[in-house]
Write a protein that binds this ligand. Sequence first.
Ligand code: AOF
Ligand code: ZN
Length: 343
Amino acid sequence: MENFMRRALELATLGRGNVSPNPMVGCVIEHQGRIIGEGWHQRYGEAHAERNAIFSIQPQDEHLLPESTAYVTLEPCSHYGKQPPCANLLIEKGIKRVVCCNNDPNPLVAGQGFTTLRAAGIDVETGLLEDQGLQLNARFFTFIEQKRPYIILKWAETTNGFIGTENGQPVKISGDLSHRLVHRWRSEEDAIMVGTTTARNDNPRLNTRLWPGANPIRIVVDRNRSLPSDLHLFDCSQPTIVYHQSEQTHENQHNLTYVVAYSIPELLADLYARNVQSVLVEGGAALLRSFMEIGLWDEMRVFRSDTMLQAGVKAPTVQGELINREKVGDDELSVYKNSPHKE
Ligand code: AOF
Ligand code: ZN
């Protein structure tokens, strides 16, 4: 049974980067140990996993549905959104049993999917590989339950714990493979954020040119509106939001939006309202610390390289629970989770 759900979870991940703010969902239709249909939610606004799985079944197998089980990673929806309700489709097709990992916390569904299926006489079970499901859609669950984006803090530090030089001169700390991996991460999140100092010193483009994936929204915190307007960040090539606290008035341009926010929670509330489900915070040290100090973060991804700096800006001190450590080229990548939030 678990194997079918593992396969459904694997299918769900194929939607990564293309379905936000929807969850990634996978579905396997099984008949007496044989998979007769598979599907996943491929793109925001398009067909849900269950529909794709049902319509992947060969015509000669369709009569098997009344003796088949649908393994779906998330409670089938019961509402009319961009798509019709999956619960209704499963009922129409006469499926016998539905097994899920997680309940859908979306207030439009929230148990209604299961109620609808049970009312039609379908056997329903939930909680199979529950943790894997929660992990898969950590962004979706955090966004709905905590009304803020999922926050990933990322930085690279030298062996002796420096994140950059003292005079702000850009310096290469992590290697090429790590650099590429960061571009992949950018393509997986809705937005990337940097602080004033990083924007000024590094003049980053914050795009995904080293990875074939979508460009995220760029966010820069520029409290006093002191950043020069010729930075790459302000080139209007990607949607960009500037959070500031100045009284200065300015015209929003296409792809360039100015928003007043006086604190990180206020900024996060604005991102929530804009449906931004996840943010990769790429520094600098001050911005990273301001998230850590108020405990508003979900993951930390820290590269430690084998380079040394004689002096520099101290990297933040890691917090949370170490969940993974691996080599990326010559660098070591450590991932930490902010576990208290999850309990
Ligand atoms: C499912 N199967 O594959 C997904 C579900 O606007 P819509 O119609 O696409 O609905 C989006 C909501 O449906 C989303 O917020 C979540 O609650 C649920 N996603 N449900 O049964 C799927 N992607
Ligand atoms: Zn659905």
